[in-house]
Ligand binder design. Structure first.
Ligand code: ATP
Ligand code: FE
Length: 335
């Protein structure tokens, strides 16, 4: 089975070809235009997708070493995401499937962040059902109980900002270029995590809240900068390390709670923020400390990519779970 996956939910245009569960190509065109605005501008994202989609798909097919008529089905991201961005991938996938007369498969982007673990080279071993998915990305923060490929339910999620959003907003306050997440992670590694204390939000159950942390950082920086206008530059690494330390602890607290409640000790992380070194290290540590089994995907399968869309396509293909060309994109689309 050869599946072409297409992803265009936010600001990355991506295409990948999968042969069964093994990757033949995985192409991502990251849009640079948003950097100078400090965040994704939906209208520009949509336009850039329109420019990128044909060359990206061409390249993915070429790198896979196959011809178009070998493709068994086309899988595309239906949602969640930015409507203008989703529409580009959705309409392209529809017309291409129609032209090639092959099945069309719709994919939920958040399910894909979890099922990415089933790509052959995603990590050392594959998760066993049931497991807990921790999806941490630019738009979501969820704990998902995964009982089977398509039997999953959200058991906890953020009530306000997503973790990635908190990282990016904190990055902005620190004067870092967008997206701030990877840079904060890098500096955090070189700083002292105990230098500054930020209080953890109190949220019941398995839900999260990150907007309070963001505000705490903002007020803290304003206060310190009043005393010393060079506070940020002089303490950048320590601020990043302390912020990251707080985030890691928030995630760990909720994971402990989720493991306790579900008795499931197998955890798979996904989404852009799962590239984070601090979070990865924390999970590794818990494997030793609490006998958890942690699944940590390769970097290229954490941030948005089309390989994860194609693997979902693969499993839906096996179930003959196809869709027709009347399907439309869905900006809000829960798991
Ligand atoms: P969603 O998947 O919820 O629709 P998205 O697709 O925009 O959102 P992803 O591409 O999955 O999000 O993730 C992007 C986010 O990941 C950004 O907020 C970015 O800052 C964050 N991120 C990437 N690498 C790291 C890192 N090493 N540490 C922390 N955050 C990171
Ligand atoms: Fe994503």
């Amino acid at each position: 089975i050869y599946i072409l996956g297409i992803e265009s939910s936010c600001d990355d245009t991506a295409a990948a070809v999968l042969h069964n569960a093994s990757i033949l190509s995985n192409v991502v065109a990251t849009q640079e235009v948003h950097q100078k605005y400090g965040g994704v501008v939906p209208e520009l994202a949509s336009r850039a997708h329109q420019q990128n989609i044909v060359p990206v798909i061409d390249q993915a097919i070429k790198e896979a070493g196959i011809t178009k008529d070998q493709i068994s089905a086309i899988a595309f991201t239906r949602g969640p995401g930015l409507m203008g961005s989703l529409l580009v991938g959705t309409s392209f996938a529809k017309s291409m499937a129609m032209a090639l007369q092959i099945p069309l498969i719709e994919v939920n982007h958040m399910q894909a962040h979890i099922l990415a673990h089933f790509i052959d080279d995603a990590s050392e071993r594959k998760p066993n059902f049931p497991f807990l998915g921790l999806t941490i990305s630019g738009g979501h923060t969820q704990i998902v109980k995964v009982e089977d490929y398509f039997k999953m339910s959200v058991i906890g999620e953020t009530l306000d900002d997503a973790v990635g959003e908190a990282y990016d907003k904190c990055g902005k306050m620190l004067g870092l270029p967008y997206p701030g997440g990877p840079l904060i992670d890098k500096y955090a590694h070189e700083g002292n995590p105990k230098a500054f204390a930020f209080t953890k939000p109190k949220v019941d159950g398995l839900n999260f809240s990150f907007s309070g942390l963001k505000t705490a950082v903002l007020y803290f920086l304003q206060r310190e900068e009043k005393k010393n206008p060079h506070f940020i530059e002089e303490n950048l690494k320590d601020i990043c390390a302390s912020f990251q330390h707080t985030v890691v602890n928030i995630l760990l607290d909720k994971l402990k709670k989720a493991v306790n409640e579900t008795k499931i000790k197998e955890i798979a992380i996904g989404g852009g923020v799962s590239a984070n070194k601090g979070i990865r290290a924390m999970l590794k540590e818990q494997e030793q400390k609490r006998n958890w089994i942690a699944h940590i995907p390769k970097f290229e399968y954490t941030t948005d990519n089309a390989a994860m869309i194609a693997i979902v396509g693969h499993y839906k293909f096996l179930q003959k779970d196809f869709t027709d060309s009347s399907i439309s994109a869905k900006a809000r689309y829960s798991i």
